[in-house]
Design a protein around this ligand. Structure first.
Ligand SMILES: *Cc1c(COP(=O)(O)O)cnc(C)c1O
Length: 206
């Protein structure tokens, strides 16, 4: 089980402080903010995950500056991510984001779209399909939350059967990471439980 430290809205100094304690993987939601922070931490050997909604005109920045893209949710993003990945860099690790509770306001593809997206990613030598990501509805009923995590686990296991190299199920945040781990998460994304509460921000698309 791996820990992704979600450092959105946190200054580079706080990333450096956590890195000094041994944390290597950091997650960011907003491309512009992240690119500056990644440059400010370039002397540390960190791994950066893009976890926010992605506009297609920002694919080049994600492909150039990140190690992982966790929020792939539509076919249109695949070709630009692949094309702008620098040839000397290792392939960009990709997770397909699933809208597991079918919420109108949320990013993510529907479960039925996973196989098609997986095939598109696997056809690109500069991308490497690693698994699935989800942000289940923060339901007050614990059984409902667990059900979303367990549906994700079944989708993950099915994908893994057909795709060697798929090894990552990214789910669970500060408020629900115990349930996510109990249902088989391999990567939890934790922000406020590590850094403290974030200043309230408006919805921004990365
Ligand atoms: C902000 C964010 C997190 C971290 O949320 P916390 O509740 O602060 O742990 C995890 N995943 C995604 C996609 C996020 O946007």
């Amino acid at each position: 089980m791996d820990l992704l430290a979600v450092s959105k809205t946190q200054p580079a100094e706080r990333v450096r402080a956590l890195a000094a304690l041994g944390q290597r993987a950091f997650g960011e939601n907003y491309v512009q903010e992240a690119v500056v922070k990644i440059a400010a931490c370039a002397d540390l050997d960190l791994t950066w995950h893009f976890i926010g909604p992605l506009q297609s005109n920002k694919c080049a920045d994600v492909a150039r500056h990140f190690d992982w893209m966790q929020s792939l949710d539509r076919a249109r993003l695949v070709a630009p991510l692949a094309r702008y990945r620098p040839p000397q860099a290792p392939p960009l690790n990709v997770l397909i984001q699933v809208n597991i509770d079918a919420e109108a306001s949320k990013s993510g593809c529907s479960p039925g779209d996973i196989d098609g997206l997986a095939e598109l990613v696997r056809a690109q030598p500069t991308l490497r399909l690693r698994g699935l990501m989800a942000i289940p509805q923060p339901h007050p009923d614990e059984a409902k939350r667990r059900s979303a995590f367990s549906r994700m686990r079944r989708l993950f296991e099915r994908l893994r059967e057909g795709c060697p190299g798929v090894d990552t199920l990214s789910m669970g945040m500060s408020d629900d990471l115990e349930q996510a781990i109990a249902e088989g998460a391999t990567l939890v994304r934790v922000g406020s439980a590590l850094f403290g509460p974030r200043p309230p921000a408006g919805r921004r698309a990365g």
